[in-house]
Ligand binder design. Structure first.
Ligand code: HEC
Length: 113
């Protein structure tokens, strides 16, 4: 009996994980030039978005849009985004696997300067 309940529960977990995977929004193409299609930045000067909390991404995008957060590059990127776009983009990047952080022990912070 317990095994059946456990099996049913794990199926439910798998099913809900699939249900949460968001579709890739069309506007990801715009962000991909810098943040990468999957949220892993194309260059170190751009932040990774993969695995970031959706709430944080949404908040950041609204802050660029309102001017509360100022950045010449990002304020140009958000002008055409609706609230729905922001929600979808945040859900997309948040659901992408985060890039592993590999500390560089010979880098300026860790070891030899
Ligand atoms: C031309 C390059 C470029 C493009 C295109 C671009 N971004 Fe950015 N993005 C940046 C840079 C640079 C920053 C860091 C700005 C800062 O310091 O506030 C940033 C910051 C962000 C942040 C805040 C990250 C954090 O850790 O606080 C979010 C969220 C974000 N971008 C989402 C997007 C989305 C969504 C799109 C597509 C609609 C997009 N960006 C398009 C360059 C870009």
């Amino acid at each position: 009996m317990n095994k059946i309940v456990l099996a049913a529960l794990s199926l439910a977990v798998v099913a809900s994980a699939h249900a949460e995977a968001p579709a890739k929004p069309d506007k990801v193409i715009v962000c991909a030039a810098c943040h990468g299609e999957n949220g892993v930045a194309t260059q170190p000067m751009y932040p990774n978005l993969a695995g970031q909390q959706a709430n944080y991404i949404e908040h950041a995008l609204h802050a660029y849009k309102s001017g509360e957060r100022k950045n010449p590059i990002m304020s140009g990127q958000v002008t055409g985004l609706s609230d729905a776009d922001i929600k979808q983009l945040a859900a997309w990047f948040s659901s992408q696997p985060a890039k592993d952080y590999v500390p560089d022990i010979d880098g300026p912070v860790g070891g030899k300067k």
